[in-house]
Design a protein around this ligand. Sequence first.
Ligand code: C2O
Length: 501
Amino acid sequence: MYMREGDHVLVEVSNELPDKNITIHWHGIKQVRTGWADGPGYVTQCPMKPGTSYTYNFTVTGQRGTLWWHGHNNWMRYTVYGAIVILPKKDTPYPFPKPDGEIPLVLGEWWKGSMDVVLQQLARSGGAPNNSDAYTINGQPGDLYPCSRAEKVVIPVKSGKTYMLRIAGATMNGEMFLSVAGHKLTVVEVDASYTKPLEVDYVLVMPGQSMNVLLKADQTVGNYYLEVRPYIAPNVSLDNSTATAVIAYEGSHPHATPALPTTLPAITDSASANAFSKSLRSLASKDFPAMVPLQIDRHLMFTIGLAIRPCSNCTLGGRLSGVFNNISLELPKTALLQAHYFRKPNVYVTNFPDNPTSSFNYTGKPPSKIMAKGGTRLSYLPFNSNVQLVLQSTAIVAPENHPIHLHGTNFFVVGMGLGNYNASSDPLSFNLIDPPERNTIGVPLGGWVALRFQANNPGIWFMHCHLEFHTSVGLATAFVIENGPNPEDRLIPPPLDLPPC
Ligand code: C2O
């Protein structure tokens, strides 16, 4: 899907599925004042029923680069997803030499069974879903999988030319390392925000993240593997196989066996995962300044992890749940944004705790009997308030890196570290000059990230772990941002074709 910065976009979506509801989310589009077009089910809209349609109506404001779209209810992004390319405004060049070609690469994940089969297994187990059976690049797993030798993605290149890979992380639960054998990669943009050019051997693309990477065809004419493999925290079981595409130089033998990259980090290499995330800097140029909030109005700290939630009739005496501050989000039967707009009572409360409900050493041995609570508790943010949000990983159940995605605005990643966040010393080393601007950030396993953003987009904005499994077990909350004083600071009224609840 192609659009241009500044475009007014209308996408009419018709649900032609015989038996499933759906919503579509335009992941990373800021949706300034147009929360109705954001798409998360039961957050900004109720899902479209079979045979109905809805027109998503939004303007691409102040962003250009690669993003993606996906189904956003009940694991629907399992198969429903694609790339969004936002070109710069007409006659506005990239802040780097124009590449000779651009190649969208959407990273996905595939199971042999249907979505229903995976969800049934998940419900039965009360724990984790089965591992996927393959990772994919533009729908193909590549020829290292025995089943699919013929159906591989081939990327033709010419010697001496530079190509921009537009990479979208649409995997369900896999956080992917990507590299190209024998070649360096230069990151120039993440989550549709320009970065200072960063030359690397590999990149890390978590579910929800996207990036533009320059690849120069500067090696001996031949075939080279582009390889994608997950980063998996120790003790977490995931499919650890490898998806490939082939970079094929003009003049090389089409069947020449490519070499494997030697630069791809090991599967459990947290240090390499964190090092990549930490080395990104926003471009912070005159044309693309980094508007980092300096005076903070709201200091928030949320712990993030998995916990056990008591349940009746369940085998393990509890169900695995995802929690921020020990609260697992329960979505209502109506949409939160409709309840907000029409002031419908008893749908949600705005008393989400600003800080962890019990403090302990988050990275050490957890206290016993920490049971998660359910609720529809949201955080209230006054219009234009400057927010600092620290996300602290806990290791109550499984030590993992969680990719946290915020809807409706980007944030600046001003700090990142291992261990417990220290509110008096860690801020001293925050980057307030050129931190990367993103919509999804991995919270390091046993560590923390500090994010800053201005709450200037009125509406209700979902924040969740973009591991689909974790979203589905409640690792989510939402921010309520009130209207500002002027007409141009208000959420627009709901469109007439908004799906009824
Ligand atoms: Cu990629 Cu809540 O979304």
